[in-house]
Design a protein around this ligand. Sequence first.
Ligand code: PHE
Length: 353
Amino acid sequence: MVAFEHEDVLIRRGPRAGLPVIVAIHSTAPGPAIGGCRIWRYAGWTEGVDDALRLSAAMTHKSAVAGLAAGGGKTVVPVPAGAALGPARRRALLLDIGDVIASLDGRYATGPDVGTTSADMAIIGERTAHVFCRPADQGGSGDPSPHTAAGAFAALRAVCARRFGTAALTGRRLAVVGLGNVGGALARMLAAAGAELIVADIDPAKRAFADEIGATWTGPEEAITAPVDVLVPAALGGLLTEEVVPALRCAAIAGPANNQLADPAVADLLHRRGITWVPDYVVSAGGVIGTLGLELHHRTADEARALVSGIEDTVGELLDAAERAGGTPARAAHELARRRLRAAASPDREPAR
Ligand code: PHE
């Protein structure tokens, strides 16, 4: 179980769909808590609570390192095994979620995450204004995954610059694990930049996409332990376990999947093996950076893209700070987040963008 340092956890059985709606608010110190809505199958609903606690804490850190005036939260709906979620019940569930978020009066705003889309945000938006990423024709900025993918690409440039002396991805060997909305977009960008790709997904139908972008298709296990320059986790969390570390054959790991470490101690094991691991919450910040830029700060598309590309500098600075301190990038990122959160809690705030 994660440490309970959260402001609030709300668990309500939605009256329409009869499913638990869990909203964890980790922190609103820097600004309203922001974090996506995950609709996913778990072994039991308490596993959903665990995930909400972990993911909401990661969102606080994500926004802090990205320099956003936002805190961290997350919505999780654990769908019981065997429960059918047809269109009518799904719509009912989204309205239930909207009511729960509305009851929080702006302390928390949601967006898409694993298992939800911008069309779903439009339905949540029928009950609350505190929802990002509605489709463009309904006043939102749409699917955030292109921003998340672009941010991860920027992070990979910084990693390559520090580890291999050049930020260019041309000829670099990377293994992308997970070809969903973000992983797929990222793999496409990497292929276009001339990287040599090994890709995997639990869905065998993604093989056609691998062929289309000229990537080598393999199983997730093989991809994780493939001899590559950089391993790119882009699926669900918990990929990096104590057991997998000795089998890794990459120089660095950086990808947009949330909560990659099965245990925080894995960051130290990776460091000892000489593998550079960039914290997931730094690499995956492009979605919130781009979305908040567009929807809250009314930036143009080009300006939002530039903000997202800023992740290259952020990651570069973190890797430099880690090097100077002789510690892990995980520690450097954690310290930066702590500093920003302390500043947010004090009366004379650091300016945030
Ligand atoms: N799923 C996004 C993340 O993990 C959350 C998000 C929220 C994205 C709001 C955009 C806007 O960062």
